[in-house]
Unconditional design. Structure first.
Length: 281
């Protein structure tokens, strides 16, 4: 009887050991993408509704500059394109998604600010954008003060249009729509005279086939928006790996190609690649 009890205990211990080993394997190679050696998948946060930056297409595939950057970075972390799971991360949920571990990193027009740096860590920046205006190709609006008496559109909750109204064009008529697609449609129909947000976002919309040649960027630099890659607070190792990947992307020409492919049709006058880890005020 004693021998049987010892054997049963040994068997139980063996099962527990194997179970623990299996769980450990899942943690290391699971879909959170916790290691640079790759794994089954890596979850990456992007936008789904920003043409030229982060867009989920009808066939389920993804396109845009942020998508290209994220794909390159994931490759350098050890993941092939078919191992990347893109997760929609809306602006209001980006910090929470990282804190919860829903995604390994976020590339989603995520401007680096002091306030956000209290909650997340950033790699980059990988693009310097500016607040700008999108107008019709034959528009006579060339500077922000020309908006006085004009209808200016931005999305509900955005501070872009309000900033222009409060500081530059107090007689501009603010129009707030639910999304930038609605603003662009309003610009096309003549319901509004200009749309304002980051120039990269505006260029992405203007580069769509159905809008080519209809709009132009005013070329104003109303603010500096340094896009960074968000990482869970305290994950310094991942920040360093992503910074190395971004430096390589710039040096081998992949960064410039991604800019041209995604923004070129809108004649987007992009800034040179920013120095990784150097924030332009």
């Amino acid at each position: 009887m004693k021998l049987r009890k010892v054997s049963a205990a040994a068997a139980t211990a063996l099962v527990l050991a194997l179970t623990a080993t299996a769980c450990g394997s899942d943690d290391g190679d699971g879909d959170s993408g916790s290691g640079s050696s790759g794994g089954s998948t890596i979850k990456v946060g992007i936008k789904y509704d920003q043409p030229g930056l982060g867009l989920k297409k009808p066939d389920g595939s993804f396109s845009g500059f942020d998508v290209d950057v994220a794909t390159y970075v994931a490759k350098e972390l050890g993941y092939k394109p078919d191992q990347i799971e893109f997760v929609e991360t809306k602006s209001a949920d980006r910090e929470n998604a990282l804190a919860r571990g829903d995604v390994k990193f976020i590339a989603a027009t995520y401007s680096i600010t002091d306030e956000r740096k209290q909650k997340v860590d950033f790699a980059g920046p990988y693009l310097l954008a500016h607040q700008d205006l999108l107008v019709k190709a034959d528009s006579d609006i060339t500077k922000a003060t020309d908006l006085n008496g004009k209808k200016l559109c931005s999305v509900t909750g955005s501070t872009s249009a309000q900033n222009v109204h409060d500081t530059i064009a107090p007689k501009a008529q603010l129009k707030q729509y639910g999304g930038y697609s609605e603003c662009i449609a309003g610009l096309q129909s003549g319901a509004v005279d200009a749309v304002t947000t980051d120039d990269s976002i505006l260029a992405g919309f203007a580069a769509q086939d159905q809008y080519k040649g209809q709009f132009k960027l005013a070329g104003l630099k109303l603010s500096n928006e340094n896009y960074g890659i968000g990482v869970k607070k305290g994950d310094t190792a991942t920040v360093n790996k992503i910074n190395s990947a971004l430096e390589k992307m710039v040096s081998d020409g992949a960064w410039e190609k991604a800019v041209t492919d995604n923004f070129g049709p809108a004649n987007y006058k992009n800034e040179p690649a920013p120095k990784i880890g150097n924030i332009v005020k």
